[in-house]
Design a protein around this ligand. Sequence first.
Ligand SMILES: Cc1cc2nc3c(=O)[nH]c(=O)nc-3n(C[C@H](O)[C@H](O)[C@H](O)COP(=O)(O)O)c2cc1C
Length: 363
Amino acid sequence: MTDSLFDELTIRGTTIPNRVMVSPMCQYSSTDGLATDWHLVHLGSRAVGGAGVVMTEATAVEPRGRISPQDLGIWTSEQADALAPTAAFIRSQGSVPAIQLAHAGRKASTRRPWEGGGPIAPADGGWDVVGPGDEPWPYDGEDADVPRLRAMTTADIDDVIDAFASAAERALAAGFEIPEVHAAHGYLIHEFLSPVTNDREDEYGGSFENRTRLLREVTAAVRAVWPDDKPVFVRISATDWLPDRDSWDLEQSIRLAPMLGEVGADLIDVSAGGIHPDQRLPGTGPGYQIPYAEAIKAETDLAVGAVGGITTPEQADQLVRNGRADLAIVGREHLRDPYFTLHAAGALDADVEWPVQYRRATD
Ligand SMILES: Cc1cc2nc3c(=O)[nH]c(=O)nc-3n(C[C@H](O)[C@H](O)[C@H](O)COP(=O)(O)O)c2cc1C
């Protein structure tokens, strides 16, 4: 029988009640990486709204890996403790709590969007950043020299792999059921994958095998500390959208998929872009990245999530029914409507209960 948006999805021993996931979205609302009431209410509301998986924003595995000073972090157990009530609340609503583990690489140390974006120098509260090479993100004008970028040594790489594993251990202790390795959007792991940013001559650069090594090692390290009966997700950018350059593309993403399965990933969350400002998007209309998810799904046994421009119940449902992806990952529409899934159930005539506290509104 064909799956639909309101069928469960069981991966390993974890059953997701429906096929909607809240896409990871930075809130830039932490101090010292600590979750606040904002995170509890923001993520908690989307669990009340019925999403099958509620995923946190990019959560930094080390302070240097924050996009902005206000990013969420999980490099200390105090930070994990601050996240635990949010994970527990999500679970109490029947949703699966998930956490995106992240390192921003050369795109770290920037101002949050509503403070103008752009890099912050160490003297102004920023920090020096690291990446596979020493070519910084091409900031404009007077911003061009900050923050300073240093190419990672193999010892730095070992430390980052350990940081992902320790972050996953803390996430498990905090009550999360799914960790997602963030390997997309031009952040650290993507910077290693893409020839646009990786000009290393050691075992982490050059060949496809070498450029994918960091992601494979991070995924294996997360899987090693994660229980066998719980899934691990990986988010990738399927393409750099730089077809005229030696860059990361869909063909390499398809080749990568089974290799991620071999190191213990269960679902590939398929996004795109972010490696360089010269990228040329083919458009951002409805479902603009779904064809990448579909192409990867056709070539792998792993589960696949599609994200990008999914805004309506019908679109999300058809994506699953037509076998293009296993999970409909919804970002901005969840900012507009925390109850997307409950509204979708109404629109699609699916039998889903509203929270008992709200039942009188549905009588
Ligand atoms: C406010 C905001 C914050 C975001 N933060 C993250 C993030 O932390 N990690 C990530 O992988 N993607 C992030 N994204 C990208 C979204 O997860 C999603 O992939 C993108 O918005 C496309 O999906 P949509 O069209 O459903 O919004 C962010 C997007 C928005 C709008």
